[in-house]
Ligand binder design. Structure first.
Ligand code: CA
Ligand code: CA
Length: 378
């Protein structure tokens, strides 16, 4: 009897502890309540650092997790079946021969060849060009046949997009050790044909301007939190224009595509460290003709209105922001990648991955046990 009582007391304590957690979720929020993020998915520790998001033409969702917080679990790509809503493991990230880890981050389904590509971010394990872009070759049923290296010699492969036969990736660190303390990162453009039958190797960074695949550079003057990370998120509009921003300082750029398929030099279009101190993953919202940016530092989602930009106005806006949160009830917890997705009822959603692996100076203060995706009704 006493033992039973003891157990009940323990339960009561646990419930009260959970209640405390709930109360703390009443963190400050900014933004229209209709955009309050809700919980889309909570994973077990098998996905302990949620990162990249993409979808295929059938509406299946692919989600990557480099799992840097709890290395008991390998980096992994999971898949949500559109019809059943069930999640399953698609594959583990292929282990790097240099580090022994597989670290899938930004990923994109390529409609041109029907395969899934992901950035293998080895930078936290090796700064010696160990990162790669991997191609997950799928059969007609979507099962994995093999994983092969499309691009190597990358420092920190971060985001990946496709446009008209070309792959575009960001490399967040060039490690040029500039005297002025500015961090350089950049965007590369690699024709799919160039890496179809062999691996494309990027040139070492001291020669980056000679690299035939180099497209444009970003510069990051560190803010108070001392982060010099460069190009991170990348989005491409239906006309092929590029948008990208720096993780360390939220500098936001565009590079316009010319009619002949070449690109104009990158242009800095927004820089305001108070409102946008960190550009993590971004996506293009074709319906609203805007870019949606996740801000890992402020726990926020911002927007960039392209029509306003074309009129010479500032396109910046804030969609949602909240204070420190575990994400247990869907609030943002270091949002790193947004994705537009239409559910079975035809309702347009914004799905957001919450990285929840805190760095100095971020709103997120703790790597907690809630590994989550949020969702917002658009
Ligand atoms: Ca957290
Ligand atoms: Ca969390």
């Amino acid at each position: 009897m006493n033992r039973m009582f003891g157990r009940c007391v323990l339960c009561a304590v646990a419930a009260s502890a959970a209640g405390t957690v709930l109360a703390k979720e009443n963190t400050q929020t900014w933004g229209d309540e209709k955009y309050r993020p809700k919980l889309f998915k909570r994973f077990g520790d098998i996905v302990n650092v949620p990162d990249g998001l993409t979808k295929d033409p059938q509406g299946n969702i692919y989600h990557s997790a480099p799992n840097l917080v709890n290395p008991e679990y390998p980096g992994v790509i999971v898949k949500r079946d559109f019809r059943s809503g069930r999640w399953s493991v698609l594959c583990a990230g292929l282990r790097s021969p240099k580090t022994g880890f597989g670290r899938p981050m930004g990923l994109e389904f390529c409609e041109e060849d029907g395969n899934l590509y992901y950035c293998d971010n080895q930078y936290f394990d090796s700064k010696d060009y160990a990162s790669r872009v991997m191609r997950v070759v799928l059969d007609k049923k979507g099962e994995v046949l093999r994983i092969e290296t499309a691009v190597d010699n990358v420092k920190l492969a971060n985001a990946i997009r496709f446009y008209k036969g070309d792959m575009f990736i960001t490399d967040t660190y060039f490690d040029l050790d500039r005297k002025d303390g500015v961090g350089v990162g950049g965007v590369y453009r690699i024709p799919l044909a160039a890496c179809k039958d062999k691996t494309v190797s990027l040139l070492p960074k001291p020669d980056y301007r000679k690299d035939p695949y180099f497209l444009c550079a970003t510069e990051t003057k560190p803010l108070e939190r001392g982060d010099i990370s460069g190009a991170d998120g990348l989005a491409i509009t239906r006309e092929g224009h590029l948008y990208f921003g720096t993780f360390g300082s939220g500098r936001f750029y565009t590079a316009k595509r010319r009619a002949d398929g070449t690109y104009e030099p990158a242009k800095l279009i927004f820089e305001d460290p108070k409102r946008f101190p960190c550009c993590d993953g971004i996506c293009y919202d074709e319906v609203a003709n805007r870019i949606i940016m996740s801000d890992s530092c402020l726990n926020a989602l911002h927007t960039w209105d392209i029509a306003k930009e074309q009129k010479g106005e500032c396109g910046f806006g804030e969609l949602w922001r909240n204070g420190d949160s575990t994400g247990a009830h869907g609030l943002l917890d270091q949002p790193c990648e947004p994705m537009i997705w239409t559910d079975k009822k035809g309702s347009r959603k914004l799905v957001v991955a919450n990285f929840d692996m805190t760095f100095p100076g971020l709103t997120n203060k703790k790597n907690d046990k809630f590994h989550t995706l949020s969702v917002i009704d658009l």
